[in-house]
Design a protein around this ligand. Structure first.
Ligand code: BTN
Length: 247
């Protein structure tokens, strides 16, 4: 089954009136959004030919079954706000899905997991010194996946979706805009921690030039992951962690 998005329906559900660009196919919604002059705008596509993931990876973006969106938006004190934006983006996606009655978890730093499998990924980039681009990919409906992804990917709706893609896109965007407008109110960190699937778990910490096992013990006020090894505690601000869910 293939699901399309409609500019009109997205706008109907958006709380703020912002430009919405909808494409059947695009290289990357993040790349397009970074090139926009609009202060604030939403870019959505039915498929991406060059979807970008974190840490230089590609993001598989098949036609019709995924949500691929990028919001370009102004942020005060952009460079100091970046860690909060990343954390807030996870909360925005988690809340939107939770409002549909579906329980997911957040894997540090900003992956959304459903039944221990990756449902959504987020890539935040700066557009310029005052605007951020938040790119979100959600596996909305089942789709054939490359072999290497098959066992690790979840789909939001295995059968008939109970919302349209356009409605969910608007829900996520509304949440993002609300959080971005008030990043100084860090209540969302509490929400993030409450829905984390890494806290209390043994995780493999993957850093630029090393990887080590540690216990994830807390998230600090800037969204950093505090981990404990036999050599003491440290706070991760970059990289990622992987969990063995069978442990
Ligand atoms: C990750 O899981 O590594 C992050 C994936 C982010 C994918 C989204 S899809 C919409 C936007 N456009 C992109 O090229 N990437 C992000």
């Amino acid at each position: 089954m293939s699901y399309t998005v409609s500019e009109e329906e997205i706008k109907k559900h958006l709380k703020l009136s912002i430009p919405v660009y909808v494409f059947e196919e695009i290289g990357s919604t993040n790349t397009f959004a970074k090139g926009l002059k609009d202060n604030c705008a939403l870019v959505v596509a039915d498929s991406q030919t060059n979807g970008k993931g974190r840490m230089g990876r590609a993001f598989y973006s098949p036609k019709g079954t995924g949500i691929y969106l990028s919001l370009v938006a102004p942020v005060a004190d952009l460079y100091t706000s970046v860690p909060f934006i990343t954390t807030a983006a996870s909360v925005a996606v988690h809340r939107a899905i939770s409002d549909l009655g579906i329980k997911t978890e957040i894997k540090w730093v900003n992956d959304i997991y459903l039944n221990n499998k990756k449902l959504a990924g987020i890539l935040c980039e700066t557009a310029d010194s005052s605007r951020v681009v938040i790119g979100i990919g959600i596996n909305f409906a089942p789709s054939p996946m490359p072999d290497e992804l098959k066992s690790s990917v979840a789909f939001l709706f295995e059968s008939e979706p109970r919302v349209t893609k356009s409605e969910l896109i608007a829900l996520v965007t509304n949440n993002l805009l609300t959080l971005l407008a008030d990043l100084k109110n860090t209540d969302f960190i509490t929400y993030y921690k409450a829905h984390s699937c890494v806290l209390g778990k043994k995780v493999l910490c993957i850093q630029a030039s090393s990887a080590f096992m540690a216990e994830a013990i807390d998230i600090d006020s800037h969204g950093g992951l505090i981990v404990r090894t036999e050599n003491g505690t440290q706070t991760l601000r970059t990289g990622e962690v992987s969990i063995r869910f069978t442990d």
